[in-house]
Design a protein around this ligand. Sequence first.
Ligand code: ZN
Length: 252
Amino acid sequence: MRVLAFFAHPDDETLMAGGTLALLARAGHEVFVLAATRGEGGERGDPPLCEPEELGAVRSAELACAVRALAARGPFFLGYRDPDIGPNGELFPFAADDDAVARRLLPWLRQVRPHLLLTHGSRGEYGHPAHVQVHRVARAALAALPPAQRPAWYTPLAYVPDVPLEGLFNPEPAHWVVSLGPALEAKVQAALCHRTQHDLFRRAGQVRLGQPVSVEAFIAAVPLETWRRADTDAEPADGPLGRALGPAARRV
Ligand SMILES: [Zn+2]
């Protein structure tokens, strides 16, 4: 199968989907990683690893490193600039017009012709407006394709009751729980590529685990990923993501 993973910023592909992408690649599927922005407006590390105007290039290189670690193709970029974080930590969508973004996404869908499309979920995981925008744009772009050309669409961090990911869920229940197994190490290596975001990862890890943690421990603490079929509620027991992943994916 061909898989298009479309996320807002460099590092989303790893944090939300890295293990699944690595498993898909190992199973022989072609995995394309497409980012809406180069993460130009994000954090630069503490102490900063680069100047503000260098951040887009630095994070593009970090994403290239992560894509190699996951054995995926790319990275590819939709060409939007990531807005700077506001003075009180406000986050913003990357484009004023969803339809214009959908028109930029459509050629990727038509040329890659993915069987699976993986994007942000309905709540943008933790409410990030750029993530929610990607979700809306995916819905609009799929609606513009003839039904026979529409990939099966899945969103990550789908809700399951027994996984410790406080504050990081989309509200819809999961259809699939993916055990990362040996792909967890690829996800750790991909996370290590995103050096400008390590301080952010360690802060998130401290919140999640209640103590100071390394980047490796933050990622390794959750050895699974969850997915929701987003283009239909009727995901069969042998749905496309499960067929692509084999025994690593459990229908819930
Ligand atoms: Zn993001």
